[in-house]
Every structure is written in C-alpha cells, then in structure tokens.
Design a protein around this ligand. Structure first.
Ligand SMILES: Cc1cc2nc3c(=O)[nH]c(=O)nc-3n(C[C@H](O)[C@H](O)[C@H](O)COP(=O)(O)O)c2cc1C
Length: 191
C-alpha cells in the first residue's frame, strides 16, 4: 500500500482536493492522510454549499483508508520525516501557504508536511491557484521549484473537450496522478 498526504488550503477550488482524495481512495489501494485548513473549509462552504464541517468530513472523508488529521496537530505522523509518505499533494494551495513554506515557516500541519517533503527530497506537488501573480508569488514559487517541489498551476487544458466542470477538474487530477505514478482514466490522452 502506498501512502499519500493531501493538504487542502484556502485557495479557491476545494473540489480539486476533494476529487483527488475521492479517486485516490478508490479500491482501497492507498493509504491517504489528509488535512484541511479553516480557510479551506470557508471555501467549501461557499463553493460546495456545505455548512457543517462535521458533515463534510462524514460525507467525503469517512473511508477506512482515509486518515483525517487536525491541521494544528504537529504530533501527527506526517510531521516527521521518519514517517514514510510516497508523495505529498497540496491542492489547492493558497499563495499564503506557498509564501510560508518558501520562507521555511511551518505554521500548521500542512506546511510542516510540505517542509518535511522538501527536506527528505520527496515528491511534493503544489497545485497553486491565484491570478494574476505578483512578483512575490513568482519568487516564492521559483524558490519552491528550486527546492524540488513540482509547481502545478490550477489551469486546466481544453483540448480533451471537457463537457462540464468535472471534465476540467479531472484533467488536473489526472495530470497530478501522472506525476505521482497513479494509474487513471480521468481524461483521454492526446493521440
Ligand atoms: C472565497 C475565497 C477565495 C479565495 N481564493 C484564493 C485563491 O484562489 N488563492 C489564494 O491564494 N487565496 C485565496 N483566498 C484567500 C485565502 O483563503 C487566505 O489567504 C487564507 O489565509 C489562506 O490560508 P491557508 O493557506 O491557511 O488556507 C480566498 C479566500 C476566499 C474567502
């Protein structure tokens, strides 16, 4: 069983994280550790019309292979490099998250997990969402890229003719799965 960490932060696009976890947990093949910031929950309320944090957890993250971790819990296993995680994905990632990790600040568990991924030279995919970008954003993203993070803009392509919003989300999730070596059929490949 491979282990993955998924962090969801307060950038727009809670659905990216949700869909990613939903696909990863299918068939019980992987163990998933997930943590969500309070600002991500704010967006879940706005974007998914979900008003209750407990019901979000019960509805979306209640599978036996999903371990839900409190974002303040620095004693959680993913806080340590000695706990083996295959790949770390932050989706969506706020520019606040990007800035803090680029500065070496681990103010919550997701930032700490990202810091661990970088220091252990493990795969870290950062699906950032902001537009337009200022020079601070760009410098922070470059800094993380230079440290080994995979910088992924939340900007779906259209050449696979998506029919609806799910087609756009699935394209992004599928591309992330390509990076973390998880098989999928989330979009039709080119040629
Ligand atoms: C509706 C809404 C949409 C937001 N969208 C973004 C966004 O796309 N990108 C971003 O960097 N911040 C966005 N923010 C701001 C972040 O939520 C805010 O910077 C927050 O402090 C991030 O904290 P976190 O990284 O701990 O989740 C948004 C906030 C709200 C309420």
């Amino acid at each position: 069983m491979r282990r993955f960490f998924v962090g969801i932060t307060g950038a727009s696009g809670f659905l990216y994280g949700l869909r990613l976890v939903d696909e990863l947990q299918k068939n019980n093949e992987h163990e998933i550790y997930i943590s969500i910031t309070p600002d991500a929950f704010t967006n879940a309320r706005l974007e998914l019309r979900e008003n209750d944090l407990i019901s979000i957890k019960d509805k979306y993250f209640n599978k036996s292979n999903i371990h839900f971790l409190d974002y303040r819990d620095f004693a959680a296993p993913v806080s340590s490099g000695s706990f083996n995680i295959d790949s770390y994905i932050v989706a969506p990632a706020s520019m606040g998250f990007v800035g803090r990790v680029a500065s070496g600040v681990s103010s919550n568990l997701i930032e700490r997990a990202a810091d661990v991924a970088l220091k252990e030279r493990r795969k870290l995919v950062i699906l950032f969402r902001e537009a337009p970008l200022n020079s601070i954003h760009l410098e922070n993203l470059l800094k993380l890229s230079n440290c080994g993070a995979i910088i992924f803009p939340a900007a779906p392509a259209f050449y696979h003719s998506p029919e609806n919003i799910n087609g756009l989300i699935d394209f992004i999730v599928g591309k992330i799965f390509d990076i973390i070596n998880v098989e999928h059929s989330l979009f039709k490949r080119w040629m």
